[in-house]
Write a protein that binds this ligand. Structure first.
Ligand SMILES: Cc1ncc(COP(=O)(O)O)c(C=O)c1O
Length: 338
């Protein structure tokens, strides 16, 4: 992703903390397209990033900047994948990582954080409870708080999703982007990249309709979008197997809602059974071992084709934000979702 260093907040490339993140494949998915009688469909497969998810982009940049600016101890609340990414980049940078995870985080995420040398604290609660713990202790412990949107650089790293997409499509953007949304850094970062590219004259005036997909068991953005609110309400009793989508209230909810509106996009909820069924379809049709969040984008796609929000000629990009390998705990011995 550092090929875009001229539009990232870094001057000296010798100082970057990198594990080879970004430049992930944009895979044309002809089998998914023909399943839905659609024209062109791609999956941006983020599973090949270091630590297996798109979170590597934001945390590579955030750790680079934190180190440059003199931070020694980094802390983060995480639903799982951001924690793993911080643990990896902090290890590489020689900085301390303090990671707060919900107690029922996928085991792969917790083990990864521990093995990469982070100090892990499990919390009886959700990511917002973890965020509160970081906030309350940061000053006393001299931690630098890397929570989503509490520092500016994770978003800057996520911009590279947008730059890559445009470059891989020949400096144009698709009609629709379907994105599994929790804290929203991916959505917000990509949109920032699109506006910057327009200002730089890299792309024309056409911007995609942005679609936010959430799990029915935790869909504050979908709820707020439907009710035309400018901010979301906290989602009580949040529950979904897609750990990355278990964010009951996002700090940047108002930014996401504005992007969905400005782009003529929408927000849609899908059930856990639907996303796991559709993850399986992507696995079988396209050979990608996607995460539940990636499966959720196909469910949303189907629903939006049915509702005619998406027309057959629309070019559509689905985001597989991470590797299915982090979610093996969701399958029983027979390989069934249980
Ligand atoms: C695999 C996966 N997909 C999607 C998300 C949601 O991402 P964002 O915070 O950018 O909305 C997460 C967040 O943890 C995740 O781990």
């Amino acid at each position: 992703m550092w090929r875009y260093n001229q539009v990232l907040p870094i001057n000296n490339m010798d100082e970057i903390v990198s594990l080879g993140e970004g430049l992930t494949p944009l895979i044309e998915s002809k089998n998914v397209a023909s399943l839905l009688d659609q024209g062109r469909v791609w999956i941006k497969d983020e599973s090949s990033n270091p630590t297996g998810s798109f979170k590597a982009r934001g945390l590579s940049l955030a750790v680079t900047m934190a180190k440059l600016l003199g931070a020694k101890k980094l802390a983060i609340p995480s639903a799982g994948n951001a924690g793993g990414a911080l643990a990896a980049y902090a290890a590489r940078a020689g900085l301390e990582a303090h990671i707060f995870l919900p107690r029922d985080v996928p085991p792969a995420n917790r083990i990864e954080c521990e093995k990469l040398g982070a100090k892990v604290t499990l919390i009886d609660g959700l990511i917002n409870d973890c965020g509160r713990m970081v906030g309350e202790n940061a000053k006393k412990e001299q931690w630098f708080d890397l929570s989503t949107l509490k520092e500016p650089y994770r978003i800057e790293g996520k911009k590279t999703l947008g730059f890559e997409l445009a470059e891989q499509l020949g400096w144009r953007l698709p009609d629709v982007i379907i994105y599994p949304t929790g804290g929203g850094t991916g959505l917000i970062g990509m949109w920032k990249a699109f506006l910057e590219m327009q200002n730089l004259g890299w792309i024309g005036p056409k911007l995609p309709r942005m679609v936010s997909v959430q799990a029915e068991g935790c869909s504050p953005i979908v709820d707020a979008f439907k009710r035309n609110l400018s901010q979301s309400l906290i989602w009580e009793q949040a529950s979904t197997c897609a750990a990355g989508l278990r964010v009951p209230q996002a700090i940047g909810d108002f930014i996401m809602l504005k992007i969905l509106k400005d782009s003529n996009g929408t927000a849609i909820g899908v059930s856990d059974d639907e996303m796991m069924r559709d993850a399986q379809i992507i696995m079988e049709l396209e050979g990608l071992f996607v995460c539940p969040e990636g499966g959720a984008t196909l469910t949303a796609f189907k629903k939006l084709v049915d509702s005619k929000f998406i027309k057959p000629e629309d070019e559509v990009v689905l985001f597989n934000t991470g590797s299915g390998l982090k979610y093996l705990h969701l399958f029983n011995n027979k390989g069934e979702f249980s």
